[in-house]
Design a protein around this ligand. Structure first.
Ligand SMILES: [Zn+2]
Length: 141
């Protein structure tokens, strides 16, 4: 099987699996040996496939908003190196806090757990549709 590269990010397919590798991506672009396509993460984004919703709220969040956004970005970055299909689809602020939609259940779950670890608060994780969708609620007042 031939190599593939994602046209929207630095993900690379080596014939067996997708992984995130900026150096390898650049090399494959240079040598023109790889077919440009979408990685599993961008394919999910393209198809608007959302497997997880994280609802973060409470007064603590309002006072530590930038810190919270940084934490989400850090978690997403780490998870991306483990699984290129796990992406933040959308992150938006609403009146009560932040809503994060993810393309993978594991990323939504990880965001909830890392918030609890970093800031305490209350965490609730509900699995729906035979564990194919996860709803994560975290709150600290
Ligand atoms: Zn991609």
């Amino acid at each position: 099987m031939s190599a593939k590269i994602c046209s929207r990010c630095m993900a690379v397919f080596d014939g067996h699996k997708w992984f995130y590798d900026e150096g390898e991506h650049e090399r494959l672009v240079r040598t023109r040996r790889a077919e440009a396509t979408l990685c599993p993460g961008h394919e999910r984004i393209e198809k608007r496939r959302i497997d997880g919703v994280v609802n973060l709220k409470g007064n603590f969040l309002k006072e530590h908003y930038d810190e919270a956004v940084n934490l989400i970005n850090n978690i997403a970055e780490k998870q991306l190196h483990r699984n290129v299909a796990a992406r933040v689809y959308n992150m938006k602020q609403n009146g009560n806090g932040l809503i994060v939609e993810t393309t993978e259940t594991s990323l939504a779950e990880r965001i909830g757990k890392e918030f609890e670890k970093a800031f305490n608060g209350n965490l609730e994780i509900s699995w729906l549709q035979d564990a194919e969708f996860v709803r994560v609620n975290w709150q600290r007042d």
